[in-house]
Design a protein around this ligand. Structure first.
Ligand code: ADP
Ligand code: MG
Length: 629
């Protein structure tokens, strides 16, 4: 039995080592945490090349070598001291801190739970000096300018921690991830990782972060060619509000976001940086995810590398010992900026712009590298930032479609009233090509410069109708006099046998129905009559439309629908207004649909996040037939 704990014991200051061991508990969870801290230090020292060497997943050895500014020999012991830092000297410094570190805690903490050595040479000095962490002994050694920090036998003094470590392979993976996070924001620094004497990863320095080609190169090296091929540039800044000098939140959001097709089952490719620091932030993650709301199916996780630059006084990085969390002064402005930035990057239809949505399943032998080639062949300006729909050319002689203005969809009626086609359509100029035929009443086959295009006609039309409804809805809410979606009375009202709930819903929601361009009134006690439908949906089945809208309305409060759930509701309506399978389309109608797709935002995905079209390249077709070129 233990001695009973004495009720009163003298108050004493904790010994330094114990304080550092306690601090280490917060900062150092596993080898990867040490790697992160040492990388921060190397970058703060201005390194341009960093080499990480590991043994046994980092548990036996972590060595981080840099070519940075180095540490003077008489300052070496200070580096291992608690709360000793060269990076800030005052509270004012802390508020606008530009370095990765500033707490002066990491090395002391690591030294308290591992066997550390510091080896450093300052430019201009004749020697490098080695400091043994355990003994405090300093000896001159040979080394070029820069610093190496060696951390051996992590957690040797805290075996409880050591037991929590996973296999070497898992710890190694975490270490690599830590380097990756730094590498993605520092393309101006070269990184190499060695494990057990073998080179695991190597990323050469390729230029400043601000240079798009450099960033693209680094993203390719670290995340793979696939990431870059299936993503688009984001570039967005909020501007200072005129007339409000106190309010100048210049937030810049840039980087690359994956197209919906590139989404993954896990959120393992979501990299966010605030002022050059990797962060995990709920506000940013939520904003980014909500930008995909309309185009991503279910639980799929988007991929992205997003860089957010914000006035350092508007963000607090001193929230968490590892600085992985930040606190924004105004999280709403950040949310809005990120959401808007990502949303507008995703909105532009991608036919003929970035890499095509390749039907890889058709021909599995094609390598990712070849996909790149097609992407470049397709679009010479594929590296330029977001192209707007208006950047398409619709002005060739004999064309019957005009470039859409802004983000509005040109008149959908054209789809059902085909224009006379006196002049043959130029087959190779349109991103989605010239319609050839309809397959099984479901797909449109078209020919473009790259080969064959396959379009899911219902999915595509549904998106077009949906985007049009959303635009009209925005107009309806914005206009002071116009008070509903453009609506069209039915020549003969469509009546249907309704349930008591449907009748009641129609009565209580008459105003909302009117807003939506619907006129549904009781005909007799058990019958409802649809007397008007939105013009955009005039081709659809009025009864089906009425039924589904009533079902949805019965599940929501009427004003909730108007405020929050209107996109869902408009989506439901679009589904009923869109062209059904097995409806025969003429070539003119098919071509009209293709042109509408090219001009409609988010038209690469249907309302449920599935793709609406696929490209099958000539090369893929040739491979199918073993035809060499
Ligand atoms: N790789 C390095 N190159 C140059 N100086 C370093 C390096 N690593 C650490 N230092 C020095 O040691 C100090 C303490 O490092 P650390 O404990 O990580 O605290 P912090 O980074 O918060 O200042 C730093 O402020 C810096 O002066
Ligand atoms: Mg540090």
């Amino acid at each position: 039995m233990n001695e009973p704990f004495p009720l009163r014991r003298p108050i004493r200051e904790l010994p330094d080592t114990l304080i550092s061991q306690i601090a280490a508990g917060e900062v150092v969870e596993r080898p990867a945490s040490v790697v992160r801290e040492l990388l921060d230090n190397a970058l703060d020292a201005g390194a341009s090349q960093i080499t990480v060497r590991l043994l046994a997943g980092g548990v036996r050895l972590i060595s981080v070598e840099d070519d940075g500014a180095g540490i003077l020999p008489d300052e070496l012991p200070m580096a291992l001291k608690r709360h000793a830092t060269s990076k800030i000297g005052s509270l004012a410094d802390l508020e606008s801190v530009g370095t990765m570190g500033f707490r002066g805690e990491a090395l002391a903490a690591i030294n308290a739970i591992a066997d550390c050595a510091l080896l450093s040479r300052v430019n201009g000095q004749t020697h490098a000096y080695l400091l043994e962490g355990q003994t405090g002994e300093i000896t001159p050694v040979a080394r070029s300018t820069g610093t190496t920090v060696e951390v051996k036998e992590l957690f040797f003094s805290t075996p409880a921690r050591r037991k929590f470590l996973k296999t070497d392979a898992t710890e190694l993976a975490h270490c690599v991830e830590a380097v990756r996070r730094h590498a993605l924001v520092r393309p101006d620094v070269g990184f190499a990782i060695w494990h057990e004497g073998k080179l695991v990863e190597q990323w050469r320095r390729c230029g400043e972060l601000a240079s798009l080609p450099a960033l693209e190169q680094r993203l390719t090296d670290v995340l793979g060619a696939d990431f870059v091929e299936r993503s688009v540039w984001v570039d967005f800044s909020t501007s200072a509000t005129p007339g409000r000098p106190d309010y100048a939140p210049i937030i810049k959001v840039w980087g690359r976001v994956g197209i919906p097709d590139a989404a993954r089952a896990r959120a393992d490719q979501q990299f966010c940086y605030v002022n050059g620091r990797f962060v995990r932030d709920k506000v940013i993650t939520h904003a980014a995810r909500s930008a995909y709301e309309d185009v991503l199916h279910g639980q799929r996780q988007p991929v992205y590398a997003l860089y957010i630059d914000i006035d350092p006084t508007r963000v607090d990085v001193n929230v968490h010992p590892t600085k992985i969390e930040v606190r924004f002064r105004d999280s709403r402005e950040v949310h809005q900026a990120v959401r808007h930035a990502v949303e507008s990057a995703l909105a532009a239809p991608r036919a003929g712009q970035v890499s095509p949505q390749v039907a890889t399943s058709l021909v599995r032998t094609e390598s990712a590298a070849q996909v790149t080639d097609w992407g470049q062949a397709l679009s010479p300006e594929s590296t330029s930032p977001i192209l707007s729909p208006a950047s398409y050319s619709y002005t060739q002689a004999g064309m019957h479609f005009e470039a859409p203005v802004g983000h509005r969809v040109s008149d959908l009626a054209a789809l059902w009233q085909p224009q006379p086609t006196a002049v043959p359509l130029p087959a190779n100029d349109w991103p989605l090509g010239r319609a050839l035929a309809q397959l099984k009443g479901v797909y449109i086959l078209a020919e473009n410069a790259q080969g064959l295009i396959i379009v899911d006609m219902h999915a595509a039309h549904e998106r077009i109708v949906y985007e049009r409804l959303k635009a009209q809805w925005a107009d309806t809410l914005g206009a002071s006099n116009s008070s509903s979606l453009p609506s069209q009375p039915l020549l003969i009202p469509a009546t249907f046998a309704a349930t008591p709930i449907e009748v009641a819903t129609a009565e209580t929601n008459a105003a909302t129905l009117h807003l939506l361009g619907l006129d549904i009134t009781p005909f007799s006690g058990k019958t409802l009559a649809v007397r008007a439908v939105p013009t955009t949906l005039a081709q659809g089945d009025a009864v089906e439309l009425a039924r589904s809208v009533l079902t949805e309305l019965s599940q929501h409060e009427a004003n909730t629908v108007v405020q929050r759930a209107h996109n869902e509701l408009l989506g439901t309506m679009a589904c009923h207004g869109a062209v059904r399978a097995n409806r025969h389309l003429t070539l003119e109608e098919m071509n009209a649909l293709l042109r509408q797709m090219e001009a409609t935002e988010r038209s690469d995905q249907c309302n449920h996040g599935r793709p609406t079209w696929r490209q099958v390249s000539l090369r893929e077709l040739d491979t199918l037939f073993m035809r060499g070129r």
